[in-house]
Design a protein around this ligand. Structure first.
Ligand code: HEC
Length: 196
């Protein structure tokens, strides 16, 4: 069996520096082949087969972000709580349904669990009707609540219905509500006006 010859000095030298004629390590070679394949695929994908340009990628991300953080497109005059039975039933179905599952964090009676109590006069993000709608629309991702007004979740009509349902439960005093969070200190009366 031929043993691999290692550390055999090559003839040439450059200013006194000589080198061995050893095979490149496998891991290095495979890494090198990978970069070649990657480079070829990358070039064809982005330059020949219509992969997005950086400008397009930027535009795509910006429009996604705009959708994610889009404030409600409804005119403020349309953002008026409804109290008819059909709207409240739709709102209740959204709140208690498994698709949006508001109840998992706020409880069916809205006394609060992970999320705050939605029935008392204290609010984190404002307790006027349009603020409540906006809270539901934009959500609070950093606290775990989805932006419900984006994508396929809730359209403006659904938002109006579920917000109206939340609105209808204010002052309902559910038993054993979640304690008032220290920063949930904005007070609003039942008409949605701030209490100083
Ligand atoms: C995964 C848990 C979770 C789910 C599901 C959830 N929320 Fe929330 N919600 C929260 C948390 C947490 C907050 C408080 C955010 C903060 O601390 O800034 C909140 C805040 C709110 C507020 C603002 C309250 C205030 O005091 O200003 C409203 C209104 C609200 N949620 C309604 C809803 C509705 C309606 C749904 C269903 C469509 C829903 N939430 C689903 C966790 C949740």
């Amino acid at each position: 069996m031929a043993t691999k010859e290692m550390d055999k000095l090559l003839e040439h030298d450059a200013d006194g520096i000589q080198e061995y004629d050893n095979a490149l390590p496998r891991w290095w070679l495979y890494g090198f082949y990978f970069t070649i394949v990657f480079g070829v695929v990358y070039m064809f994908y982005y330059h020949s087969f219509g992969g997005p340009s950086s400008a397009q990628e930027y535009a795509n991300e910006m429009s996604e972000a705009a959708l994610l953080y889009k404030r409600t497109a409804m005119s403020p005059s349309a953002m008026v709580a409804k109290s008819d039975a059909a709207t409240l039933a739709t709102g209740k179905a959204i709140f208690e349904g498994t698709n949006n599952a508001c109840y998992t964090c706020h409880r069916n009676d809205m006394g609060g669990q992970v999320g705050p109590n939605l029935t008392d006069e204290y609010w984190l993000h404002g307790g006027s009707f349009s603020k409540v709608m906006e809270s539901i629309k934009t959500g609070f991702l950093e606290k775990g609540m989805q932006p419900y007004g984006t994508g396929a979740k809730l359209n403006d009509e659904d938002l109006l219905a579920v917000a109206s349902y939340v609105w209808s439960k204010r002052g309902s005093n559910p038993p054993e509500p979640k304690a008032i969070e220290p920063d949930r200190d904005k007070k609003y009366d039942l008409d949605g006006n701030p209490i100083p």
